[in-house]
Design a binder for this molecule. Structure first.
Ligand SMILES: Nc1ncnc2c1ncn2[C@@H]1O[C@H](COP(=O)(O)O)[C@@H](OP(=O)(O)O)[C@H]1O
Ligand SMILES: [Mg+2]
Ligand SMILES: [Mg+2]
Ligand SMILES: [Mg+2]
Length: 345
């Protein structure tokens, strides 16, 4: 980032930097943030991360990898994107060389495009597919807040492995005052294998065991455009939750829930929005292996076998086993009230 600049501008908002994070997050330039056809942001880091994960999976697994991943190379193949592609290629080559695990000649821009496009699998109910969100919470990443690199493995439509790298998530629990965001010790890696529990670094963890909604705090998207803050507040008050919401970008929410920082995660996108599997596959296993439950608003388990999109009823609700029945009832009641246009919503 040029000297004296405090961050980048995204859609008129000055984005600050200054919290600890990855090198790329700190040095993100305004020209590194682009708009996709759905108007959502994508950065050189989203592309770079997808290419790197694809490169490493191929190197480590010695086999052809099929991946259902968020990004594709179409925009980077446009003539106007040459400089961006060069910058991504440079960042990737620097990362591989600094890491030192692979002695390979520098990747060309074409190698990078091919690595990104290894993520073009459609997924589905059969076979093995890696599911990747190379930067989940791009808006949080650009803002200098939370983001996650989310990788999952699907076997015959079921998530059997989930990894969430959350470089800005504090090691100590997050309170609803958000204070621990200011702590220096950040960076958590959550991983879960089906039947093997959820681990953070070397610790086995468990979701918060509370049965009392008054003790439970809840997570939701920082971005109100991703999930209705009004609806979750109505649900929380119906359930008797006293604590204010903890708003955070990315699947770091699933990681924080898995280690018991809060007890509930609510996600209610606007009508018509279809959730993508890469936004939930890794997080869902990280939570369920820690003893939690993730369902849609009707209480159905999340089904990752239908291709890129999750086919679900209304929203996503995550909690522990004990709170789930009363939480789902509060969700149902609040949704009914909202559809009747009750003024409190
Ligand atoms: N209108 C919308 N409603 C719900 N989710 C949305 C959305 N627009 C984008 N998203 C998804 O929300 C994800 C971030 O979730 P969160 O709000 O929990 O940080 C984004 O992931 P990316 O940042 O990987 O694109 C994107 O896939
Ligand atoms: Mg995105
Ligand atoms: Mg995402
Ligand atoms: Mg993403």
């Amino acid at each position: 980032m040029p000297e004296g600049e405090e961050g980048v501008k995204w859609r008129g908002t000055q984005i600050r930097h200054g919290r600890p994070g990855e090198r790329v997050q700190k040095v993100l330039l305004q020209s590194d943030v682009h708009s996709k056809s759905d108007e959502s942001p994508v950065t050189v880091a989203d592309y770079g991360s997808q290419a790197l994960v694809s490169f490493v999976l191929e190197k480590e697994l010695h086999t052809e990898v099929t991946m259902v991943a968020e990004e594709d190379s179409a925009d980077l193949r446009n003539e106007g994107a040459t400089e961006t592609l060069e910058r991504i290629t440079k960042l990737i080559n620097e990362t591989i060389s600094n890491d030192g695990s692979y002695s390979v000649p520098p990747l060309s821009s074409e190698d990078v495009l091919i690595a990104i496009d290894r993520g073009d699998s459609e997924g589905g109910p059969s076979g093995r597919h890696w599911v990747l969100d190379p930067i989940d919470g791009t808006k949080g990443f650009v803002r200098g807040d939370q983001y996650a690199i989310a990788l999952a493995l699907l076997e015959d439509g079921k998530v059997v492995l989930g990894v969430l790298a959350c470089p800005n998530l504090p090691l100590s629990p997050i309170g609803s005052d958000g204070q621990s965001f200011l702590q220096k010790e950040v960076g958590c890696l959550f991983y879960a294998k089906v039947g093997g529990g959820t681990h953070m670094e070397h610790l086995l963890m468990h979701v918060c065991a509370t049965e009392d909604p008054a003790e439970a705090s809840f997570f939701e998207s920082f971005e109100a455009a991703h999930s209705s803050h009004d609806l979750s507040s109505a649900i929380a008050s119906k359930l008797g939750v006293r604590a204010p919401p903890v708003r955070m970008d990315s699947q770091a929410k699933y990681g924080a829930l898995a280690r018991g920082d809060g007890a509930i995660y609510l996600r209610f996108p606007r009508k018509g929005y279809r959730e993508k599997i890469w936004d939930h596959a890794a997080g869902c296993l990280v939570v369920t292996e820690a003893g939690g439950v993730a369902t849609d608003a009707a209480g159905n388990p999340l089904d990752f076998s239908k291709g890129k999109l999750l086919d679900l009823d209304t929203g996503i609700v995550v909690s522990n086993q004990k709170l789930m029945p009363s939480l789902l009832k509060a969700v149902r009641d609040s949704l009914n009230e909202a559809s009747r246009g009750t003024p409190s919503l």
